[in-house]
Design a protein around this ligand. Structure first.
Ligand SMILES: O=C(O)CCC(=O)C(=O)O
Length: 244
């Protein structure tokens, strides 16, 4: 893995850091196979909140709660080398909170509105992050996640229900930072980003013929607690457009 001290420094300064080749090509093939197996063999028997579909009502937009539903992914997210780095970034004992996909299928994959993840996670202090692993190649065109560098230092901004299924809560006001000044996280398969739960980010719809599948591991430090105001706002939003 890339040099830990550089990763930590960049994460603290910018709120997001890109890591090259976190997983090998062989591992990405195995992950792809396991996702496919889970979708074909297990998903139908899982509760409705195990997935979100795209607007066509049949294509998978997100898989949720894989850490509960699939031992392979729970173990993958808890491997020692990863957990050691995550502990340094969250400043405490890491707790795995979620394993999910943002699948963004070719031509169908929908966009994600500007948001801060802690509007969903509702944790204080905000010692929580997401490791976003590219399973497919991620390009500007197929809907790379785009971040406003340093925005994690602004605290939590006002939110509003977004009406987007799978991303129910967004920023009340669109950021004014031009897209040209945002960090667009283009990635090769096996590359990853780690982003802080307060960084402002979004992604566009996938209008290309290339799928843009991302696998996400979410962790918090064991000392974080639920913030009741954030939880209230999130509950209002997610009640309108469940499951997330
Ligand atoms: O993968 C995407 O397009 C969006 C991901 C995201 O919003 C997140 O990781 O919080």
């Amino acid at each position: 893995m890339n040099n830990h001290s550089q990763v930590i420094e960049q994460y603290q300064r910018d709120g997001v850091v890109r890591i090259s080749q976190l997983f090998s090509a062989e591992m990405i093939t195995k992950i792809r196979e396991e996702l496919q197996r889970y979708i074909c063999e297990d998903l139908d028997a899982k509760p409705a909140d195990a997935r979100t579909l795209e607007a066509d009502g049949k294509t998978i937009r997100n898989l949720w709660r894989l850490e509960q539903h699939c031992p392979y992914f729970r173990q993958l997210a808890q491997q020692a080398e990863l957990v050691e780095l995550i502990g340094q970034l969250v400043g405490g004992e890491p707790v795995l909170c979620g394993v999910e996909t943002f699948s963004k299928p070719a031509r169908i994959g929908s966009g994600v509105p500007y948001h801060q993840d802690n509007a969903y996670f509702c944790q204080t202090p905000p010692d929580m992050l997401t490791l976003w692993i590219a399973i497919d190649r991620v390009t500007v065109e197929n809907g790379a996640v785009t971040f406003i560098l340093g925005s994690h230092q602004q605290g939590m901004l006002p939110t509003k229900p977004s009406g987007v299924t799978g991303n129910s809560i967004g920023l009340a006001n669109e950021p004014t930072t031009p897209k040209s000044e945002q960090f667009c996280a283009t990635l090769e398969p096996g590359d990853a980003t780690i982003h802080h739960c307060q960084i402002i980010h979004h992604s566009d719809a996938n209008q290309t013929d290339q799928s843009r599948l991302g696998l996400l591991f979410v962790y918090r430090a064991s000392h974080t607690k639920t913030d009741s105001q954030l939880k209230h706002d999130y509950t209002t939003a997610v009640t309108t457009t469940p499951p997330a």
